[in-house]
Design a protein around this ligand. Sequence first.
Ligand SMILES: Nc1ncnc2c1ncn2[C@@H]1O[C@H](COP(=O)(O)OP(=O)(O)O)[C@@H](O)[C@H]1O
Ligand SMILES: [Mg+2]
Length: 416
Amino acid sequence: MTFFEHCDLDQRFTLSKSSWTPRGQYALVFDFDQRRAIKLYMNEDTSDEDVVFKIMAKFVDSGAIRSDSVWIQVSPDGNELIDQGSEVEEDYTMIPCYWTRDQFPPALPSVRRSDLVELDRLGLQVDRVAYDIPEGHTKEATFKYLVYENNIGAFWEEVNCIIGMHARGTHPNIVSFDRLVTETVKGVEKIVGFTTDFIPGGTLDDSKTRLFKLKYLHQLIEVIDFLNLELGVVHGDVLSWNLLIDERTDNILLFDFNSAFPLGEKPEISDVDLVVVAMFDVITRSLGDVFDGESPYEIDGVQLLAADLWEKDPEVNLDADVSEFLRVLKAWVERRKAAEEDPETEEVARNPVEWPEIPDPPLVDCSGVMEPRESEMRQRLIMAGQPYMAWQRPSSHDLSLPENKGKVLLATGEFV
Ligand SMILES: Nc1ncnc2c1ncn2[C@@H]1O[C@H](COP(=O)(O)OP(=O)(O)O)[C@@H](O)[C@H]1O
Ligand SMILES: [Mg+2]
């Protein structure tokens, strides 16, 4: 079962635009499962995400939408698929203007996207993949890629933060960078994503009964101090869904630098507070209930530690008393908070990782005028007879169809 078969519909789909044309009211929807944009026409208000996403899921997963369709028309009650088409003028797919290989450090290893085989879909723009390495071996990796145009800026920050940390060497509690992923378009090598080592076993969020050891907390504290105070990186999302336990080494591992930023840039977000929240989540499994509707990024760690709420969930397994976890956490939080507030010991990273600002976007032909753009319309490339990066793939639902059995799905979206 892939991520898309059990996630919420508003995770799988994004409504990027709701507008009106002579054909009627439409919603432009991006499906992260199929990696494809579809215009949904219905003679009704198309701004309600719940309604739109339910309709999309129904028609995508029943196989009613042809793979080349760029729009569908449904009845006003959403029950019937009335029409669909693939006219290029109706194609509102956007393609990011990928960075070129020479915008990244030359020594980094790389792998071509067409050499990656999709094994599983782990999240939005994140797959588990495999590729061949010398001596007849294959390597499993996590492939994090850029396909959705609104993620361009965040993706630049993430990949460059990871590359910058990688240049400092590996850390036993940080998931390692593996390779850049490339694709050549019109003779130019582009960067479409990167791989990291794949760690089997799932995140801390995935399993509440797996033993959580006090040593993992010690490791987490150590790696956060190293990240913040040595490398000058704030992870910004240290929560149970971004922590793994590597069963081979019995280490806790931090991953997902999608929200990372240089120390000092966003004083309102602190990894120290987030570690307290993550431990509260791991021990009590009541984060969602206690802080219903509240953002975990705004919870004050000191207050939470002082609160009388740390009751272990009966199914959670720890190798020490909750009081021992709290003692370790409190001592650390006090030390870090005191350092933060003392102007004498103001937190400055010893050896900060620095990464380049996002490059100026390339010039793109916009109705005959060249303008700087981060992404471009696929229809223009098609009309101009130019090649483009294709990402569309079958929906998770279609992977198990009899005609697809025994085939291999490449990271390009192609079945072979
Ligand atoms: N290196 C890895 N090993 C194992 N699973 C991973 C790894 N990286 C990501 N995952 C899985 O993929 C999911 C999405 O990856 P993540 O980097 O957290 O992306 P996002 O930025 O969308 O949160 C994670 O929640 C986790 O289940
Ligand atoms: Mg994540």
